[in-house]
Design a protein around this ligand. Structure first.
Ligand code: KG4
Ligand code: ZN
Length: 352
């Protein structure tokens, strides 16, 4: 079966072709227009998706050496995400499927993140635990059997990636902040500042990251280091409260490492709580923050200690991508699951 996957829920326009479960292409066009605003501007995202969707789909087909008339199904994200952005992909996918007289299936973006762990070998066995950590969500899910999930817990305030992005903004580091903080943190001292970890109730699988973020804000304010605007703290602009030079670089690295240690501590603690309580043997991570080097390193250590198998998607399948949409679409279409053409976009779609 040849399936086209389309993803336009946020600021990545992506399309992928899957042939008999194998990814033949995965084209991702990241919209750089948002960087100057320090976050995603929904209207600009919709317009960029409109401009990019046809070239991105054409490139995915051409790299996979598949013609449109060979497609046997179209899978597309219908939520959660930005309404306007979702509508571009959904309308395009419906029109394409209708024109080609092939089935189309709407995909839950967060569920697709989980199934990004099924793109390559080895694949997790059921039941497995999945920690989904992205810019908009932080969820711990038990996947009991194919396409059957139980949400164990989720963030009560900011998502982990959102906390990274907001802290990066306070530090004047640009957007998206996760990869930049991750890189700086590698050289830093995680004990430099002990930011508070919020674990909520002892047996709760829920998360909270806004306290860590606010503590960073207060620390920077108290030390006169809060960045205004989008200057890099390390460039000697007249407005920068940071002294340029080696000392400032070290301090920035130490702050990033301290913030990252707090976020990763919380993610690890909740994941291990579920591992112990539910006796799961396979643990997967997914979403943009699963690209984080410290989270990967600490989970690898935990997997040896606790004796579970750890599954981490390849980097290109961690952040938003069409391949994970095609993967879950293929699993659904194979089981005869498809959507009606009146399916609408659902910006706050939950995991079911
Ligand atoms: O899954 P994703 O691409 O989009 C959403 O569905 O939200 O995740 C994007 C998020 C952003 O917040 C970004 O800062 C974060 O993933 N991210 C990282 C890293 N790479 C991306 N966070 C921490 N460390 C990274 N290496
Ligand atoms: Zn995502």
């Amino acid at each position: 079966m040849i399936v086209l996957g389309i993803e336009t829920s946020c600021d990545e326009t992506s399309a992928a072709v899957l042939v008999d479960g194998q990814v033949k292409s995965n084209i991702i066009s990241s919209q750089l227009v948002h960087q100057q605003y320090g976050g995603i501007v929904p209207e600009l995202a919709s317009r960029a998706h409109q401009r990019l969707i046809i070239p991105v789909v054409n490139q995915a087909l051409s790299v996979a050496q598949v013609r449109k008339d060979q497609l046997e199904g179209v899978a597309v994200t219908y939520g959660p995400g930005l309404m306007g952005a979702l509508l571009v992909g959904l309308s395009f996918a419906k029109a394409l499927a209708y024109g080609l007289k092939i089935p189309f299936v709407g995909i839950n973006h967060m569920e697709a993140h989980m199934y990004s762990n099924f793109i390559n070998e080895p694949k997790p066995n059921y039941p497995f635990l999945c920690l989904i950590v992205s810019g908009g969500h932080t969820q711990l899910v038990l996947v009991r059997e194919p396409l059957h999930h139980q949400l164990l817990g989720e963030t009560l305030d900011d998502a982990a990636g959102e906390a990274y992005d907001k802290v990066a903004k306070m530090l004047g580091l640009g957007f998206p902040g996760g990869p930049i903080i991750d890189k700086l943190a590698v050289e830093g001292n995680p004990e430099y500042v002990r930011f508070p970890r919020s674990f909520l109730e002892p047996d709760s699988y829920d998360f909270s990251f806004s306290g860590i973020k606010t503590s960073v804000l207060y620390w920077l304010r108290d030390h006169n280091l809060l960045m205004q605007g989008d200057h890099s703290p390390l460039s000697p602009t007249s407005g920068s409260p940071w002294r340029a030079g080696e000392q400032a670089t070290h301090q920035l690295q130490d702050l990033c490492a301290s913030f990252q240690a707090a976020v990763v501590d919380v993610l690890i603690k909740k994941t291990l709580l579920a591992v112990e309580n539910l006796h799961v043997k396979d643990v997967a991570i997914a979403g943009g923050v699963s690209a984080n080097s410290e989270l990967r390193r600490r989970l690898q250590i935990a997997s040896n200690e606790y004796g579970f198998r750890l599954f981490i998607p390849e980097f290109q399948y961690c952040t938003d991508n069409g391949a994970m949409i095609a993967q879950l679409g293929w699993m659904k279409l194979q089981r005869g699951i498809k959507s009606d053409f009146d399916l609408n976009a659902i910006p706050n779609l939950n995991i079911t």
